[in-house]
Design a protein around this ligand. Structure first.
Ligand code: GLA
Length: 659
């Protein structure tokens, strides 16, 4: 027995050594095909463009001092899907984080054969010895080479598939081909087209709050054939409604909760809904903020004219009527300081107060960006040592939302302790408490120091939980699906923020281009963001929304779930290979349930009552399609397209809402 084991181990070792040697070679064996010979433009990656025989930044692929003449250099999160055409017998590669990161970065390399995880390295850090992956492909149709960020953001995740080689069947004539990872073409998502009813309808939020004595502004979100007229019963003292525009403004006189009956009328009829108005110290963002931010479309070259165009389009596209409220400038507006230390705006922002007025005149809210260090991430003037002064300037400009980054504060912090990490956010907290306006407080320090555990202590209303997103499936999906476990830290007024919605025309450049996410991937993002009660901050060119964008972003049942007043963030309830079931308890006693397919091929997914904590016959409604699907006894099964999602509401409402 022992003898056989020794022989077996010796053979395995020899095979390992032979494969490792092959991967370092300049020439492929007779039956070999370098993976780099496939069309790499179909790969997805978290940064840059994947390279043939080079690292992601174009240097020789180098792992622990060994240079691989062949292979694919990529960046997590990303994937390559290969249709094997039945021609392959084995895949081998030597994988690791490229030496060029000098020890930084961490990646997991996963090889999926069909829907089965055939090999995984687990987390590999920069500087780790490379690992050999060797996967049997006999009988396989499809293999996916995936890199993930190993759960800690994708900074420096330069991932090398060193020498990646497909060994083909002797005499194989068919050749493997790469497939697009944005599963764009087949299986268009099943979502209802955008079509507002002619009758008046009032949309979320159902609850808003403000500090008494500070300016209050709220546009009643309502759709229906124009002109609409608005009325409100029981408005709290200090507030007034403009009956032609639906804008409620003024300033609350005292603390306390008021149920206001909103009424909207037009030629087709009349509707009403209760809006709860809460007066209290910084009772802000009682539902996840909805709006727009300039970053992913215009980058740091944002202008006053583009901000005004965004505010106009927010109204003309219908977004404002469906509940989107914030119009936020990101980085790129700042200049230096004057002799008294007052922050100056650059030539692209000649008059911030007038921009604030322009946004407010439409009933919308105005957001701004800054950073606690001397410089922002874009290299502009930061708020270091001028926090209170800057907040006073923002208040004069009419700012309602401030995003506070981290950039360049790393050089100021004395050490890496939690206390030093929290300190800059306390400075801004104090400034916000003492200024004359309410500003929603948004932290952007990428989740460092488990910000979700202390964000609410510095009075933040939302905090980014990860590094920057992007419009690739790899980065967006890895960020989204990583939010599981954070649900206990979110609630009204304090939200986990997995970054902005990656739909529409984007690009951080003068000429925006369409998102790289396929339609199903966008459906996945909106579904997941609704389940996890994430802020819905769009970042595309609002003047160029297409029919699909409108159907995606203004689906009222999705928005109702995102804005549910209970404010309970959902989480993952079941996982099976690359399919996942997530659920969010809603204020009416029902459950919002997302069935997600992270794989490429379509797949039947089952949401089992036992995983959802419910029992007995339950009605199921398709949220995206606005369709009742009938009752199910103990599970709901549905086919879900690759990278797509199906979103249902399960159960009979048992808890009534103020109507
Ligand atoms: C960081 C943030 C982004 C954006 C830029 C601006 O990267 O995470 O959202 O604000 O800074 O420079």
């Amino acid at each position: 027995m022992l003898r056989f084991l020794v022989i077996f181990m010796a053979m395995a070792f020899t095979a390992f050594a032979q494969e490792a040697e092959l991967l370092k070679g300049a020439d492929a064996p007779a039956n070999g095909m370098w993976v780099e010979q496939l069309d790499l433009s179909k790969m997805s990656q978290g940064y840059g463009t994947s390279q043939a025989a080079r690292s992601i930044v174009g240097k020789p692929i180098t792992l622990k001092g060994v240079v691989y003449p062949h292979g694919v250099g990529t960046h997590a999160d990303g994937a390559m899907v290969i249709d094997l055409k039945g021609a392959a017998e084995r895949f081998i590669a030597m994988v690791g984080v490229d030496d060029e990161t000098a020890g930084k970065g961490s990646v997991s390399f996963d090889v999926w054969v069909g829907d089965t995880l055939a090999a995984s390295t687990g987390t590999m850090h920069g500087g780790d010895a490379p690992k050999l992956l060797s996967v049997d492909l006999r009988g396989a149709q499809q293999v996916t080479l995936e890199t993930t960020d190993a759960g800690d953001g994708n900074g420096f995740d330069h991932a090398d598939w060193g020498g990646a080689l497909l060994l083909l069947k002797p005499g194989a004539t068919a050749k493997p081909e790469s497939l697009a990872t944005a599963v764009a073409t087949d299986d268009a998502p099943q979502i209802a087209p955008f079509a507002d009813a002619l009758e008046p309808v009032i949309h979320p939020p159902r609850i808003v709050g403000a500090t008494p004595g500070r300016p209050f502004l709220f546009l009643i979100p309502a759709t229906g054939e124009a002109p609409l007229t608005y009325a409100a019963d029981n408005l709290p003292p200090g507030l007034a409604l403009d009956t032609a525009t639906g804008i409620v403004s003024g300033s609350l006189l005292g603390i306390g909760t008021t149920q206001v009956k909103l009424i909207v009328r037009n030629a087709k009829g009349e509707t009403s809904r209760t809006l709860t108005i809460v007066g209290g110290e910084r009772k802000l963002a009682l539902t996840p903020p909805m709006g727009w931010n300039s970053w992913y479309v215009w980058g740091p070259m944002i202008t006053d004219a583009q901000m005004r165009a965004a505010a106009d389009a927010m109204v003309s596209s219908g977004l404002a009527a469906h509940g989107y409220q914030y119009v936020n400038i990101d980085d790129g507006w700042e200049a230096g300081r004057d002799a008294e230390g007052n922050i100056q705006t650059n030539e692209r922002f000649p008059d911030m107060s007038s921009l604030g007025d322009y946004i407010h005149a439409r009933g919308l809210k105005f957001g701004i960006y800054t950073s606690p260090g001397p410089k922002t991430c874009g290299g502009y003037m930061g708020s270091y040592r001028h926090e209170a002064q800057d907040i006073r300037a923002y208040a004069e400009w009419g700012v309602d939302f401030v995003k506070h980054d981290w950039c360049s504060y790393g050089g100021i912090a004395k050490d890496k302790s939690l206390e030093e990490m929290i300190k800059p956010y306390r400075h801004l907290q104090t400034a916000l408490e003492t200024c004359s306006r309410d500003m929603v407080y948004s932290l952007c320090q990428y989740g460092m120091g488990d910000v979700w555990k202390w964000g609410a202590d510095v009075n933040a209303n939302l905090w980014r939980t990860t590094g920057d997103s992007g419009d690739t499936w790899g980065i967006m999906s890895s960020i989204g699906f990583k939010q599981d476990g954070l649900e206990k830290f979110a609630g009204p007024g304090r939200w986990n923020d997995p970054d902005m919605i990656q739909s529409g025309m984007l690009g951080m450049a003068a000429a925006p281009r369409p998102t790289h996410l396929a339609p199903n991937e966008q459906v996945t993002q909106m579904t997941l963001w609704a389940i996890i009660a994430a802020p819905l901050l769009l970042s595309c060119d609002l003047t160029q929304l297409g029919a699909f964008d409108k159907a995606l972003l203004m689906n009222d049942e999705i928005i109702e779930i995102n804005q549910d007043v209970l404010g309970q963030q959902g989480n993952r309830r079941a996982i099976d290979g690359r399919t996942e079931v997530w659920a969010r308890p809603l204020s009416d006693g029902t459950l919002a349930v997302g069935l997600f397919n992270r794989g490429v091929a379509k797949k039947e997914i089952t949401a089992r009552w036992s995983d959802l904590g419910i029992e007995g016959k339950q009605p199921v409604r398709d949220i995206w399609q606005h369709k009742d699907l009938g009752e199910c006894a103990d599970a709901f099964k549905v086919e879900v397209p690759g990278h797509g999602a199906v979103f249902v509401k399960i159960g009979i409402p048992t808890i009534s809402q103020p109507s």
